[in-house]
Design a protein around this ligand. Structure first.
Ligand code: G6P
Length: 611
C-alpha cells in the first residue's frame, strides 16, 4: 500500500525523501508527493511515479531540514494530482501523509463541512488533517494533544506523519494497523513505512505499536498511546543491509530475487535442524511441543502467494505429520463464523507480516482461543508480533511486487514445521527424518541447477508472449505450483492464466483448449506421473501446446510435449521448491517481452494493509 517517509535533522530533507520514496515505491505507485518546511510549507505532488514527482519539483525551492514524502496506492479517490498526498489543513499550516483507511471519514467529513471546512480532494486522509485543525481551534490544545484527540475519533487503520508550519522542530507520527518505524540517528530522526529508506543512515530503530504516537521535538523522541499513556521507546538494531534492498546489477528486483533463491532457501533452513541427529532447533517446536503433540487440526490462513504456500503446507502436514489441515483465504475466514477453539493451531503465512486480512484473521482466531503461529518474512512486522510463536522465513527483503523468493522460503519453513510436528507426534523415526533432512540440505544446489533453464525460458517467452490465455496444470504438490505459476503470469504480464488440478481439466477448462492455448504442466516423476501423462494426452488430442516441467532424464513426457524444462530429481515434498522456479522465470521473461513494468505491475501493491 502507500509508502511513507519523513525526515527531521541537519541534512537536506529532499534528497533523503526522494531516495526513500524510490525504495518504498514497490508499496504503491499511482502518485507521489513531498512536503518541505523551511519557513513556508512547500508541497509538490503529482499523479504517477516518484520520477514524475522529481520532474514536478525540479527548479523549485527544495531546501529544508524537515519534510515528508508519500507514494500512493489509491483507496479513496482516483489517482490524480489533487488526491496525491500530502494534504493540508484548511489554513495550510498542517500537512499530513497517510497510509490506511479512515472508515468513518464520511461522518467526520459531514461534521467538518457543517463547520465550514472546504475539501480539495476526495481522500479520507484530508479529512483527518482538517479534524486535527478543528480540534485544535476549538479546544486550544497543543498540536500533540489535538492529534491524539483526533485519533481517538478515528475508526480504521492508519500510519500517519504530520508536520506543522508553526513548529519546524516537530515531527509527529502515529500507527494503527499500518506499520511505522522511527529511525534514530545522530541528532536526526526518520519515519517510514518500513526500514528501507532509513537503513542507509542509521540502524537504530523503534517500531511503533498499534495505537502509539511518536513525537519528535527539539531533537528528542517521546512516545505515548492514544489513551495518553507514556511509553519508553524500545530501540532495536536493524539487521537489514543496503545491498539487500538494491538491484545489484539485475534489471529488475524480481529477477534478482528469483536468482537469490538458492541463498534464501538456504537461509530459511540454516541452523534449524541437525542432519546428523534428526533433531530440530526451532523455538516454536520446543515451546509448543505439548500443544503439537495433541493437535487435532491445523488451519492455515494467508492471501495471494502466501495462500499458495499454505496449500503446499496442507499436503505437507497431512503427508508427513498426519494432521488434518484446512487452508483458508484470510479474507474469507475472518468474515465467516469458523468453528475453532483451544485445540486448534492457526498458522498465518505472510511475506510482509502486514496483510490486513491475515492480521484480522489471526486476531479473530486468538479471540476464539486458538494458538497462532506466524510464518513471515519481515522481521518485527505486525503478524509475528500478534502471533504466539512461529518462524521467520529469513528470505531477506523482497521488493518485486510479484512474490518469488518469499514463496520458496515459506515452503521451506513449512517443510521444517511439518517434519518437526511429525517428530513430536512420533510419525517419523529419527532415521527417516535424517534422510529427509539430507535431501533438504541438497535443495539450494538443486535450485541453482534449475536456474540454468533461463536461456531456454527466454526463447519460450518470445514464442508465447502474445498468447491471450495460459492454462497451468498439476496434481498433488504440482497443483499449488500450477496456481502459483498462473498467478505470477497474471500479475506481471496481464495475460489471463488459470491454475487447475490436472484431473479437473475435463470438468470445464478443457473446453478452452485449442491450438492457441499454451498449457504448462507440472509432470515430474511421482505417484501421479502416469495420470499426468493421460492429462497431457487429453490436451494434445485437442491441439493444445504443452510446456512440461519434468524430472531430469525424463523421456516419456519429452516424447509428447512441445517443450520440456528439466528440474533435478527430488522427493515429492520438495518439488514445489524447484518446479516453481521455471514458472517464475517464464512469467518474468514474458512480461519483459511485452514491455510490462515487472517490479511495479499495474494496480497491485506489495503489502496490502487495507482489506
Ligand atoms: C499482495 C502481493 C502478493 C502477496 C499477497 C499477500 O497481493 O502483491 O505478492 O502474495 O499480497 O501478501 P503477504 O505479505 O501477506 O504475503
Amino acid at each position: 500500500m502507500c509508502g511513507i517517509v519523513a525526515y527531521i535533522g541537519p541534512r537536506e530533507a529532499y534528497p533523503i525523501l526522494i531516495k526513500g520514496l524510490k525504495r518504498l515505491e514497490y508499496r504503491g505507485y499511482d502518485s507521489a508527493g513531498v512536503a518541505l518546511l523551511n519557513g513556508v510549507m512547500r508541497i509538490y505532488k503529482t499523479k504517477g511515479k516518484v520520477s514524475d514527482l522529481e520532474h514536478v519539483a525540479e527548479g523549485h525551492q527544495l531546501s529544508a531540514h524537515l519534510g515528508m514524502g508519500h507514494t500512493r496506492w489509491a483507496t479513496h479517490g482516483e489517482p490524480n494530482d489533487v488526491n496525491s498526498h500530502p494534504h493540508l489543513s484548511q489554513d495550510g499550516s498542517l500537512a499530513i501523509i497517510h497510509n490506511g483507511i479512515i472508515e468513518n471519514y464520511g461522518t467526520l467529513k459531514e461534521a467538518l463541512l457543517e463547520r465550514g471546512h472546504v475539501f480539495k480532494s476526495d481522500t479520507d486522509s484530508e479529512v483527518l488533517v482538517h479534524l486535527i485543525e478543528e480540534i485544535r481551534k476549538n479546544t486550544k490544545v497543543e498540536l500533540d494533544e489535538a492529534v491524539r484527540l483526533a485519533l481517538c475519533e478515528v475508526v480504521g487503520a492508519y500510519a500517519i506523519v504530520i508536520i506543522s508550519k508553526d513548529d519546524p522542530t516537530k515531527l509527529i507520527g502515529a500507527r494503527k494497523g499500518s506499520p511505522l518505524v522511527v529511525g534514530i540517528g545522530d541528532g536526526e530522526y526518520f519515519m517510514a513505512s518500513d526500514a528501507s529508506p532509513i537503513v542507509e543512515y542509521t540502524k537504530d530503530v523503534t517500531y511503533l505499536e498499534d495505537g502509539e504516537i511518536a513525537f519528535i521535538k527539539d531533537g528528542k523522541l517521546s512516545i505515548k498511546t492514544i489513551d495518553n499513556v507514556a511509553k519508553t521507546p524500545f530501540i532495536q538494531t536493524l539487521e537489514m543491509n543496503l545491498e539487500a534492498i538494491e538491484k545489484g546489477g539485475y534489471t529488475h528486483f524480481m529477477l534478482k530475487e528469483i536468482h537469490e533463491q538458492p541463498k534464501s532457501i538456504y537461509d530459511s533452513l540454516r541452523g534449524r535442524f541437525d542432519t546428523s541427529t534428526g533433531n530440530f532447533a526451532m523455538r516454536s517446536l520446543k515451546e509448543y511441543a505439548h500443544k503439537i503433540k495433541n493437535l487435532k487440526r491445523i488451519i492455515i490462513v494467508g492471501c495471494g502467494t502466501s495462500w499458495h504456500a499454505g496449500l503446499v503446507a496442507e499436503y505437507l502436514f497431512e503427508d508427513i505429520a498426519r494432521i488434518p489441515v484446512e487452508v483458508e483465504y484470510a479474507s474469507e475466514f475472518r468474515y465467516r463464523n469458523p468453528v475453532i477453539g483451544e485445540d486448534d493451531l492457526v498458522i498465518a503465512i505472510s511475506q510482509s507480516g502486514e496483510t490486513a486480512d491475515t492480521l484480522a484473521a489471526i486476531e479473530m482466531a486468538k479471540e476464539k482461543g486458538a494458538t497462532v503461529f506466524g510464518v513471515c518474512n519481515v522481521v518485527g512486522s505486525s503478524i509475528p508480533r500478534a502471533s504466539h510463536a512461529g518462524a521467520y522465513t529469513h528470505a531477506g527483503p523482497e521488493i518485486g511486487v510479484a512474490s518469488t523468493k518469499a514463496f520458496t522460503a515459506q515452503v521451506s519453513v513449512m517443510i521444517l514445521l511439518a517434519l518437526g510436528f511429525a517428530d513430536i507426534k512420533g510419525k517419523k523415526s529419527k532415521s527417516e527424518l535424517r534422510n529427509i533432512m539430507a535431501e533438504l540440505d541438497a535443495i539450494p544446489a538443486k535450485v541453482e541447477t534449475t536456474l540454468k533453464c533461463e536461456d531456454q525460458i527466454k526463447e519460450l517467452a518470445k514464442k508465447y508472449k502474445d498468447s491471450h490465455n495460459f492454462l497451468y496444470l498439476g496434481r498433488g504438490y504440482g497443483f499449488p505450483v500450477a496456481l502459483e505459476g498462473a498467478l505470477k503470469l497474471k500479475e506481471i504480464s496481464y495475460i489471463h492464466a488459470e491454475g487447475y488440478p490436472a484431473a479437473e481439466m475435463k470438468h470445464g477448462p478443457i473446453a478452452l483448449i485449442d491450438e492457441e492455448m499454451p498449457v504448462v504442466v507440472i509432470a515430474t516423476k511421482n505417484a501421479h506421473y502416469e495420470k499426468i501423462i493421460s492429462n497431457i494426452q487429453e490436451v494434445k488430442a485437442r491441439k493444445g501446446k504443452i510446456i512440461a516441467i519434468v524430472t531430469e532424464g525424463d523421456t516419456k513426457v519429452r516424447a509428447m510435449a512441445d517443450y520440456v524444462i528439466e528440474i533435478p530429481d527430488a522427493p515429492d515434498i520438495m518439488v514445489p521448491l524447484l518446479a516453481t522456479v521455471p514458472l517464475q522465470l517464464l512469467s518474468y521473461y514474458i512480461a519483459v517481452e511485452r514491455g510490462c513494468n515487472v517490479d511495479q505491475p499495474r494496480n497491485l501493491a506489495k503489502s496490502v494493509t487495507v482489506e
